[in-house]
Design a protein around this ligand. Structure first.
Ligand SMILES: Nc1ncnc2c1ncn2[C@@H]1O[C@H](COP(=O)(O)OP(=O)(O)OP(=O)(O)O)[C@@H](O)[C@H]1O
Ligand SMILES: [Mg+2]
Length: 374
């Protein structure tokens, strides 16, 4: 393994954020793609933009890269104002889903491209290309053409090509979405390893919540052109601050409930006639009245049907998943009439079995009904 990348001096800029986005917004012919966004990305941080299709992830990435001009706001990289700086002068590495390699060039020539356009000396180019290919474990493939590589290898060349310029920030837009599941997992591990080893500030776009949870230092969850919540993966998963975030990130069971009593963080709910005392992590709670109770599957416990305090349900379907089974339950108290739990594969129950669902007294979240539209 080469030492050059690892020991590369951090870019100048002291404690300033690697990227600072101050009120940057973008509309396309009157339609808002991105509401004004404020965001500071720390040096060396792996930040993921996560959200459904059309929420503005690529737009935000393109604004950072300089491929789009912001309607308003300012953008700083390492403390330098770059709002008006063209993309090639921003010192950013980019890997897009369809950022095709040059087919007529070898792997080494593809990787060298950014250094040649920057007029780097020949000997240094050779050295840095070698290091970049070592970093992505493709040192033996330097003379191949892209069509002689697998999809995963091609994406690694694209990554090497982005890394070789020693970018101040690496931007990746769904880089692994065309790869099959095993390769995708392998690439995730590889990218995360390289990224943390060289301490490279990275902005990663995905709509895959599993990918976001496993790779990120922080996740910015977006919907409809806004950042809805930003935090560590466990903050996002364990303490979602809105109905949207709780259901977009991670599996969630939704129950119709009535908030009947509340003292500070302690509330009492009525879930389909069952009284449930609950202690919540939420800063803001809805007023008394109809609410949605959001509970992760792993917090729901299967009990005998007649257990006091348990929510009545009936097994509708058991889906074998290898190491575990998903039990889909018909549950009148659930918002869509269904609840999903995971049980060890050997403990799956036959369809029609009456069961109870014991809900935990801490962990779930409560949102006012009308928030569901957000
Ligand atoms: N060049 C464009 N002209 C007009 N509208 C655009 C343009 N680019 C994006 N949009 C619109 O802006 C919104 C945000 O698009 P964007 O590509 O940022 O979404 P995204 O979050 O990356 O989605 P996906 O996950 O599908 O890639 C969408 O409604 C999209 O239709
Ligand atoms: Mg996109």
């Amino acid at each position: 393994m080469s030492s050059e990348f690892i020991s590369a001096a951090p870019h100048a800029g002291g404690d300033r954020p690697a990227v600072q986005i101050d009120g940057v917004s973008k509309s396309f012919s009157g339609t808002v793609a991105l509401e004004p966004v404020w965001l500071k990305i720390r040096r060396g941080e792996f930040l993921t933009l996560l959200g459904p299709s059309g929420c503005g992830k690529t737009t935000l990435l393109n604004l950072i890269a300089g491929f789009l001009e912001a309607d308003g706001g300012e953008l700083f990289i390492d403390g330098d104002l770059v709002t008006q700086v063209p993309p090639h002068q921003r010192e950013i590495g980019i890997v897009f889903q369809n950022y095709a390699l040059f087919p007529h060039m070898t792997v080494a020539q593809n990787v060298a491209y950014g250094l040649r356009t920057r007029k780097v000396a020949k000997a240094e180019i050779a050295q840095r290309v070698r290091e970049a290919l070592e970093l992505v474990k493709l040192e033996d493939f330097a003379d191949r053409r892209p069509r002689q590589l697998s999809g995963g290898q091609q994406q690694r060349v694209a990554l090497a090509r982005a890394l070789v310029i020693r970018p101040r920030v690496l931007l990746l837009d769904e880089p692994f979405s065309a790869l099959d599941r095993n390769l995708r997992t392998a690439m995730q591990v590889e990218l995360k390893e390289i990224q943390s080893r060289i301490g490279l500030t990275t902005v990663f776009v995905t709509h895959d919540q599993g990918e976001a949870l496993s790779m990120s230092d922080r996740i910015a969850v977006m919907s409809r052109g806004r950042i809805r919540q930003i935090g560590t993966p466990s903050e996002i998963y364990d303490s979602p601050q809105s109905h949207f975030v709780s259901t977009f990130v991670g599996d969630a069971n939704l129950f119709s409930a009535e908030l009947v009593d509340r003292a500070a963080a302690d509330v009492t709910l009525d879930v389909g006639g069952t009284r449930l005392p609950l202690s919540t992590f939420q800063d803001e709670l809805p007023e008394a009245g109809p609410v949605t109770l959001v509970v992760r599957p792993e917090l729901c416990r299967l009990t005998a049907a007649d257990t006091p305090g348990a929510i009545p349900a009936k097994v509708a379907l058991s889906v074998y998943q290898g190491s575990y089974a998903e039990l889909h339950l018909d549950c009148p108290a659930a918002e869509e009439g269904r609840v999903m739990l995971r049980v060890p594969a050997g403990e799956a129950l036959a369809a029609g079995t009456a069961v109870g669902i014991a809900l935990p007294d801490r962990g779930p979240a409560i949102y006012a009904r009308e928030e569901q539209a957000a």
